[in-house]
Design a protein around this ligand. Structure first.
Ligand SMILES: Nc1ncnc2c1ncn2[C@@H]1O[C@H](COP(=O)(O)OP(=O)(O)OP(=O)(O)O)[C@@H](O)[C@H]1O
Length: 391
């Protein structure tokens, strides 16, 4: 069978006892050809692969098509392939081609326990390929293997999707001392389109492998939106190098957009606070006007102007409009998602702290603010004077 894609739609999953879901409403489509799954340790790559295979059932969401044949090759080389016996007896042309590409010696299926780690890995992958799945998931297939083995694995992966292409070759020794022509990984052509409706998914941190085989990268990322972090999966075209360039450019743009939106929200907030302050002063001045000397025309005119600009209805509605703009600007800033910061030991950079250039940090109305057993008293007409006092 051949499939058009493996679809994971609106997946939500929480491990039993975990305080929050590891995924919430995650949707990702794996098209034919190889997709590299990238992301930090512990972000949930293996978990999503278990959901794809049906080993874990999501609380919400579906995997389709439900009848796709999915083979999984685990990271652990100790895991003996389920179909090892079938493989040992399979001498079909397709399986012979797989044996040749991966340099599988005839006796290997009969002595799995005595094989080296790299040999077991090749045999595990050969068995998974020999099952002719619609979807093949490889979990870290090149951990602890040498360069010739990695290149043999890459070539077998490309054969699976019908994407073998011209690579320079080197001789790879097998356990029997035979020499086997294998790729040295130097690509001589760009990756051709897959010729079969077969989906390959490789979870890997091996940049060289990903650059050799991947048509696209499913990037698992923690994203900061509003006031929380969520896990999203972003599909980026191309191999690791292309996906990294894409992600870097996008992140720079997002950070810039967030900075601009945050600055605009802060500017409007300052303007709103300043107008409130002016309005409060004007109101005070208007009340004081009653006691201004009749002959002090300057003072009386200033007080009248203050009333007109601040305490009448139009000033009130202008303030309301400004407050609405402040709220809209805040919501705009909150809706921008950016890559969540990772803590690398630099607290100022992690928390986004930088010295303020403002001459005024806070302006408080006069009064007393309860503060635990103490209180903070703000003196009238002196926004720069704040004193602490016992209640
Ligand atoms: N059975 C489980 N019960 C509870 N939590 C689990 C279980 N299995 C995994 N986790 C947690 O889920 C998170 C994701 O794990 P997962 O193995 O999917 O990550 P990963 O991206 O594949 O990591 P790595 O790159 O290190 O292999 C981790 O924090 C892990 O501790």
């Amino acid at each position: 069978m051949s499939i058009t894609a493996l679809n994971l739609s609106h997946i939500t999953y929480t491990y039993p006892g975990a305080p929050e879901p590891i995924f919430e409403d995650v949707t990702v489509t794996f098209a034919p050809g190889w997709t590299a799954v990238l992301g930090d340790n512990g972000i949930g790559k293996s978990t999503l692969m278990h959901i794809a295979q049906g080993k874990l059932t999501p609380e919400r969401g579906q995997v389709s098509p439900s009848d796709a044949v999915i083979a999984f090759c685990p990271q652990d080389v100790a895991a003996v392939p389920d179909n090892l016996d079938d493989f040992s007896a399979d001498w079909s042309p397709e399986t012979i081609a797989i044996r040749d590409t991966l340099g599988i010696a005839d006796d290997w299926p009969y002595r799995y326990d005595t094989l080296s780690g790299g040999e077991r890995k090749r045999l595990q992958i050969a068995c998974a390929l020999a099952a002719h799945p619609d979807v093949l998931i490889l979990d870290e297939p090149t951990n602890h293997v040498d360069a010739p083995t990695r290149n043999a694995i890459a070539q077998a992966m490309l054969d699976f999707t019908g994407q073998r292409h011209a690579l320079a070759t080197t001789a790879m020794p097998t356990a029997n001392g035979q020499h086997h022509e294998e790729s040295n990984g130097k690509e001589t052509a760009t990756l051709p389109a897959p010729r079969r409706g077969r989906v390959g998914i490789v979870v890997s941190h091996d940049i060289e492998l990903i650059d050799q085989v991947a048509m696209r990268c499913a990037c698992f990322e923690r994203r900061h939106v509003g006031h929380s972090n969520i896990t999203v999966v972003t599909m980026r075209p191309g191999n690791y190098t292309a996906a990294l360039a894409d992600a870097t450019a996008l992140q720079a743009g997002e950070r810039h957009a967030l900075d601009q939106a945050s600055k605009e929200a802060a500017r409007l907030q300052r303007e709103s606070a300043s107008r409130r302050h002016d309005a409060a002063l004007a109101a005070t001045s208007w009340r004081a006007n009653r006691t201004i000397d009749r002959k002090d025309h300057d003072a009386r005119n200033a007080a009248k102007l203050a009333k007109m600009t601040s305490v009448d209805g139009s000033a009130g509605s202008a303030q309301a409009r400004l407050d609405a703009r402040v709220e809209a600007a805040r919501q705009a800033a909150d809706s921008i998602t950016v890559a969540a910061k990772r803590y690398d030991g630099d607290l100022a950079a992690f928390a986004g702290i930088e010295p303020s250039h403002a001459t005024e940090l806070v302006r408080l109305d006069a009064g007393v603010i309860p503060f635990g057993e103490s209180a903070v008293q703000v003196l009238a007409q002196s926004s720069d004077r704040v004193t602490g006092c016992k209640r």
